[in-house]
Design a protein around this ligand. Structure first.
Ligand code: GDP
Length: 278
């Protein structure tokens, strides 16, 4: 953690623009606190990645929210990003116009917590495989420099960037979306957090996916009902809530419940206030 921080601190002054890759389902919790801490007044392009899994209305809301800040531009990408990534070059040129032209170079640093899709994006930008991708977090290790078109040099962040740890809610949402996997947080706790949020924010999607006409009020009631529907039964005819919790989380991660965003700009504002007071 400190190693990454020191290395980033060292190269940051040479950078012209930061490309911050976020998970569009959790644009707040997938932020890396170091970006804000070390960015100074450099322009930032916020990439809301995995937008194919996120609620499109919320993705637009997040982009407008981020762009309220000076020097910040936001753009969303999903699985079909190949045709669209040139927009990043355009944004770089727009944000750093004095470095555009022959014999000039824009230095861009790409940053993101593990599993947001940073390597996939680097490979798409480069048009070839330069970064290892994988379903498990933390495959990008060595620092690299990749020459892109339009006089842009892309610097991959050295080391690992950890997500927010100070906010308990963020922990649940990072676990729910798979940004942190199989951690100390129990599946059942993550599922009950998720069920509570989905009952409130996406009831129709829950009704459709789990074929429940009348949704209950409490998250645990939902897990029991859905478990029964899915035949999650233990010995003694008990409902296997652990199994149903796994199903809910895996289906959320896979996007089969629907396009879901786990946090809103209003939640961010409220939770930041609490964190500041700690
Ligand atoms: P990194 O750890 O940030 O470098 O993440 P990777 O590039 O290795 O991607 C992590 C996982 O997310 C891989 O399974 C990718 O296929 C997947 N992924 C990357 N971008 C997207 C996207 O836009 N949409 C979806 N649905 N999956 C993506």
């Amino acid at each position: 953690m400190n190693k990454a921080r020191n290395e980033i601190k060292e190269v940051m002054p040479q950078m012209d623009v930061i490309i911050e890759v976020l998970d569009a389902r959790i644009p707040y919790s997938s932020e890396n606190p170091m970006v804000t801490a070390l960015r100074a007044d450099k322009p930032v392009i916020k990439i809301l990645n995995k937008a194919d899994l996120a609620d499109p209305v919320m993705t637009s809301a997040w982009m407008s929210y981020f762009e309220q800040e000076n020097g910040v531009k936001a753009i969303a990408f999903g699985n079909d990003k190949a045709a669209e990534v040139h927009k990043i070059n355009e944004l770089c040129k727009k944000l750093v116009p004095h470095k555009v032209g022959p014999d000039k170079q824009i230095k861009a640093m790409i940053m993101g917590i593990p599993n947001v899709g940073k390597s996939t994006l680097i490979n798409t930008l480069a048009g070839r495989i330069v970064a290892k991708t994988g379903n498990e977090p933390a495959v990008t290790k060595a620092q690299q420099r990749i020459k892109l078109e339009d006089g842009i040099m892309l610097y991959d962040t050295p080391g690992m960037l950890w997500p927010k740890v100070e906010n308990e809610n963020s922990g649940y949402r990072l676990a729910a979306t798979g940004a942190i996997r199989d951690t100390a947080i129990e599946y059942e706790d993550v599922a009950s957090y998720t069920a509570e949020y989905l009952l409130q924010s996406y009831p129709k999607l829950l009704q459709q996916r789990y074929k429940i006409d009348e949704l209950p009020e409490q998250d645990w009631q939902f897990i029991e009902l859905a478990g029964k529907k899915r035949g999650c039964i233990r010995q003694g005819n008990q409902i296997d809530t652990h199994k149903m919790s796994e199903i809910l989380i895996n289906e959320l991660r896979d996007g089969v419940i629907g396009r879901i965003t786990m946090e809103t700009p209003a939640m961010r504002d409220a939770e930041e206030l609490v964190v500041e007071q700690l």
